[in-house]
Design a protein around this ligand. Structure first.
Ligand code: ADP
Ligand code: MG
Length: 632
């Protein structure tokens, strides 16, 4: 096969590596080796001579003699064509294949095929290519030598060779299914192949500064002790930041309420006497972080807040600048060797690019380089990376738990710390209810409001829609406003949403909203959340929403209101509280099709690997890929 042709076919298959090709495993095989026995109910391949041919009840019937077995079988062709009459002439010899049956003591093979190539096991592939094209490709590239060159061991090579060039189907299938040991090997090869692609994609730069500030003044002033995972994460960051030869790139992933803010504040301490910048996706969150920083950092740390409509002019002298993307528009944002982003998962793609720009432009400063602004005044950076360019240490914080396997994969590109526990147990009871449960829910809401607690009701839509079998925000608001005082309403496109949220926090009883409340605002009195049409949302979103209640240890409830309250996904979610477990569940239900909010990560899809379960396989693949590198 010509290289050009192969390249075209690789392109058509959307694959890039030899192992991508090797992992296109046959979906079935066509086995034309002659049968040793006549087993009823099985597909048999036998030599046969035509003894009789004739019409029978409007169908063509052929009687064969099987010389090896000294038996007769008859075959009926329901839609006989001239081909059949031509082929099965009396006295002609064939190798026929079909399912062997018995009818009133007579052996039958209905509609057999006449086989030309006898004694072969031909793999069948389901791809966008023609059967001959994919077979050529496999024959050309899948050789023992090539597979060994990919770093596979002899067992792995043997498995792939068996699958693509089988000598007998017994070595492949057990009771009609691919043998478990083959599946294990395929899982490994899949992980290994993916990790190898990621290797070498990480680009590191020297850091602007090695940061080794003391965190004790901050830690010893805290009213609680840090959790083990908080401490571990802080230690990992200390190690990252103390290097000047490599700017840190770390993602800290921790459930809502796992105490990531403390890690952020500790990192700001490490940066001293240098400056750090922290960016948050919303003004509310920036304000909240600012308040926490004021509360917990030593008084000597100068903190500035920068957001739309509020800029502490002291930001030029501040040690710690906290803000929203308004930071990107500042005329003279000072240089900072530590840049952090909170709630990274809430930033859109475009905003993420701006973050990258922020990080890069920081490095530019230290070079004495010029910062370039685009027409809208936004900082942009040229993407050239001159030799010796330095970058700030970069820490991102995310509350979207990912399975450990995914974290292990991603750590090829960016270091990952997982915080899987929360400092105190939250008592949130989750219940799935349908319409009949509404009166009980109403009573519960009244009880909570009577105790000066707050309630959040999340609707799927702002306006009525025939597509959605639930009330919209507009339809429902009258009902609640009539029954309760202190009802506030907001949604994603509401210009005043932040103000409404602040007013609700201080004086409201019931907040009616769409999923806008995802925006990380802390409502300490919130004890009950109702999610209307819960089955329409991804588990990650449900988990984020549920994370809004019970943040201060008050007993809390999450009601999943659904027309199908017995939905398995909702039932499982109701009894699972750990975000990392939910991330696994999310993977399990990925294909369930009732998820409309698009919150499920599009991440790499694996055919064999189960990202929820196969931690060990991924760990082993990482080890093997690591060894490859050492070998060179
Ligand atoms: P996250 O940002 O991860 O969602 P926060 O940092 O906002 O979580 O922390 C949630 C709450 O837990 C805050 O009220 C915080 O003060 C508190 N907290 C953080 N760490 C601890 C700890 N080690 N022990 C007790 N409470 C803690
Ligand atoms: Mg937080």
């Amino acid at each position: 096969m010509q290289t050009d042709e192969a390249k075209q076919l690789f392109k058509k298959l959307k694959i890039h590596t030899l192992l991508d090709l090797a992992l296109i495993v046959p979906t079935s095989y066509n086995d034309t080796t002659l049968s040793h026995a006549l087993e009823l109910g099985k597909t048999v391949t036998v030599e046969a001579t035509v003894e009789k041919m004739g019409m029978f009840g409007g169908k063509l019937r052929v009687t064969f003699v099987l010389p090896q077995f000294g038996k007769r079988v008859s075959s009926t062709f329901f839609r006989a064509t001239p081909y059949h009459y031509d082929t099965f002439k009396v006295g002609s010899h064939h190798t026929i294949q079909g399912r062997l049956e018995e009818y009133r003591g007579y052996l039958q093979i209905p509609q057999p095929r006449a086989i030309k190539e006898v004694g072969a096991i031909t793999p069948k592939y389901k791809t966008s290519l023609k059967a001959t094209e994919i077979r050529d490709l496999i024959r050309t590239f899948i050789t023992e030598k090539n597979l060994f060159d990919e770093g596979l061991d002899s067992r792995e090579v043997a498995t792939l060779m068996h699958l693509h060039f089988p000598k007998s189907l017994e070595e492949i299938y057990h009771e009609g299914a691919l043998k478990p040991e083959h599946i294990e090997t395929l899982k490994f090869i899949e992980a290994y192949n993916h990790l190898r692609k990621l290797r070498g994609k990480r680009h590191d730069y020297p850091a602007m500064e090695a940061l080794t500030g003391e965190i004790t003044p901050f830690v010893s002033g805290l009213p609680f002790s840090l959790t083990v995972e908080q401490e571990e994460t802080i230690a990992a960051i200390q190690k990252d930041l103390s290097r000047s030869d490599r700017a840190a790139k770390r993602m800290v992933v921790g459930d809502v309420g796992s105490g990531k803010t403390m890690v952020i504040l500790a990192a700001a301490m490490m940066a001293l006497p240098h400056r750090s910048i922290l960016m948050a996706p919303t003004s509310l969150l920036a304000l909240q972080l600012y308040e926490e920083a004021q509360k917990h950092l030593p008084d000597s740390v100068r903190i500035a807040l920068v957001m739309q409509g509020h800029t502490d002019e002291s930001y030029r002298e501040a040690d710690f600048i906290i803000g929203t993307h308004a930071l990107l528009y500042l005329e003279d944002l000072p240089v900072a060797p530590l840049v952090m982003v909170d709630e990274q998962h809430r930033f859109g793609t475009q905003q993420r690019q701006m973050l990258e720009a922020l990080v890069s432009s920081q490095g530019g400063h230290s070079q004495g380089g010029q910062v370039i602004h685009d027409a809208s005044g936004r900082r942009i950076t040229n993407h050239q990376t001159p030799d010796g360019e330095r970058k700030p240490h970069y820490l991102q914080f995310s509350a979207t738990p990912i399975p450990r396997t995914q974290a292990m994969m991603e750590s090829e590109l960016v270091d990952v710390s997982l915080i899987t526990t929360t400092p105190f147990d939250r008592t949130v009871t989750t219940r799935t209810i349908g319409r009949p449960g509404f009166p009980g829910l109403l009573e519960h809401i009244q009880q909570e409001v009577a105790q000066d607690h707050q309630v959040l009701i999340v609707y799927p839509l702002v306006e009525e829609s025939s597509e959605v079998p639930y009330q919209s925000l507009d339809e429902a608001r009258g009902y609640w406003e009539e029954k309760f005082d202190g009802v506030y309403v907001t949604h994603g496109k509401d210009k005043d949403k932040e103000e409404v949220l602040l007013r609700f926090r201080d004086e409201g009883n019931i907040l009616l909203a769409t999923t806008v409340v995802e925006v990380g605002i802390s409502l300490p009195r919130l004890t009950l959340i109702v999610i209307v049409g819960a089955e329409r949302l991804g588990l990650a979103t449900l988990h984020q929403l549920r994370g809004r209640v019970g943040r201060n240890g008050l007993e809390s409830w999450c009601y999943l209101f659904s027309n199908t309250p017995t939905n398995e996904r909702l039932q499982k979610f109701a009894i699972t509280t750990n975000g990392f477990e939910i991330a696994k569940l999310d993977l399990k239900f990925r294909d369930s099709g009732d998820i409309l909010d698009g919150t499920i990560q599009s991440g790499q899809k694996f055919r064999w690997l189960d990202m929820g379960e196969d931690e060990e396989v991924v760990g082993y693949a990482k080890e093997r890929v690591g060894k490859l590198e050492i070998r060179g």
